[in-house]
Design a protein around this ligand. Sequence first.
Ligand SMILES: [Zn+2]
Length: 284
Amino acid sequence: MDNESLLSKLNQFTRRTHTEEEVFLFDVKLCDNEIDRDGERFSLSALEQLKELFVGRTGIFDHDPKGHNQTARIFDTELVQLPERKTSAGEDYTYLKGHAYMVRTEANRDLISEIDGGIKKEVSISCAATSRTCSVCGKDRMGQSCTHQNGLSYHGKLCHTVLSDITDAYEWSFVAVPAQREAGVTKQFGQDTDRCRHLEKKWKEANALLSRVEELVRQDIVRLRFLVEGTTQQDAVSLAADRMSLEELLSFQETLRTKQKQQCTGQLPRIKEAAENQAFSTRS
Ligand SMILES: [Zn+2]
């Protein structure tokens, strides 16, 4: 991409149009699909999601999220694939490149020369992944556990955790010390936050399911009361039922069912009798 198209892209994020002289453009390698030191790797779909999520994200320096340090921003991203290089998991090595800019000021002049000179090149990212699966059996490591351990080989394949379903990308930042196998990239996760979100999601799903069950039980109670008592009117019992917990509703439903069964068996001889009478009457 030439500088002009880069500029027009970055100017979508600025309050006024900047010229080439006013801004400093540089590329950062945000993350890739290689297994990292934590035994985790991003799936290719996760990289695709991160590609979208990182556009417009602000970069911070040395993990200081406030104030004057927030001067760089990613205005475009691309996935770079190197088919000649395979990852430990056997995929084509793929990394997410971010095109970033800084508005040149007196205050960031030193920083710009550090980046320009390649001194500040280690970038770390923070994001939330809601899916962490075992590479061997595919089980979700957030909810269930499996017997496979990261770092051990199973049938010649290194076990690791595959990260997918990226819900958010929070920040990217330059860090002083490289902490990853692939120089220039580290990543961070709010693991507890991820876990909480995941549990909250599961809890909401379970609650929604319970509400549906409760609704079905209520409908069944209306039906059973009609069969047993011939009632369809709102009365004291239906008002009480409105306030019943699911547990109480289930036991009320059970009582009504038992009553209905008793009525049915009570009716059987009468039906038989009626049928016999009718048979008798037609014969005569
Ligand atoms: Zn497993």
